[in-house]
Design a protein around this ligand. Structure first.
Ligand code: GAR
Length: 197
């Protein structure tokens, strides 16, 4: 049975594009919705160009009331009836209620080798700490921020002279390989972590 996938984005959506592009042919899933908390998100335009239905629910009118924002977000989600949600650069922290509702069916990509560097500014923090490698992680979303069962990880070296920007670009290349590989496996019912390279 084909799995229905909703992708949540806040920004340009380059990971979302790679996920959508991957879901063709014998892939066990298809994209049914790209949803954003920012009506201006570049990812919405890119999704529409690829023929994927889009929706936006701005978090701003909710003024920090996360549960109310999520209730509004849940309307287009419910209409799309996804089996799987992929967070792809979705920059809102979710409540325990929302994460519990989707537990085991919601994935996130994070630009660090979790459990290191949860939260923001991962690349700057890895550089500051003198790390020799960095990377990205795909995991199941639980109530704890940037936590939950590991579904995949990709590593890159940190090179002399790296800045947060050069490192972010090197990691993003791996994000684009990792997330589609994990989604394909996950949608087929296999939660064995994908370890790249
Ligand atoms: C990606 O690097 C993703 O790992 C990161 O935001 C970027 C989104 O880029 N996500 C987080 O930091 C989540 N806490 P994209 O919009 O081009 O996919």
């Amino acid at each position: 049975m084909t799995r229905r996938v909703a992708i949540l984005v806040s920004g340009g959506g380059s990971n979302m594009v790679r996920l959508v592009e991957s879901m063709t042919g014998d892939h066990p899933a298809r994209p049914v919705l790209v949803l954003s908390n920012d009506p201006e998100a570049g990812g919405l335009r890119r999704a529409a160009e690829m023929g994927v239905p889009t929706a936006a629910v701005s978090h701003k009118p909710f003024k920090g009331d996360r549960a109310a924002f999520e209730a509004a977000l849940s309307e287009p989600l419910a209409a799309a009836q996804p089996d799987i949600i992929c967070l792809a650069g979705f920059m809102r922290v979710l409540t325990e209620g929302f994460t519990r509702r989707w537990q085991g069916r919601m994935l996130n990509i994070h630009p660090s080798l979790l459990p290191k560097y949860r939260g923001l500014h991962t690349h700057a923090r890895a550089l500051e700490a003198g790390e020799t490698e960095a990377g990205c992680t795909v995991h199941e979303v639980t109530a704890e921020l940037d936590d939950g069962p590991l579904l995949g990880q990709a590593r890159v070296p940190i090179l002399p002279g790296d800045t947060p920007e050069t490192l972010a670009a090197r990691v993003l290349v791996e994000e684009h390989r990792l997330y589609p590989a994990v989604l394909r496996r996950f949608a087929a019912g296999d939660r064995t972590p994908v370890l790249l390279p």
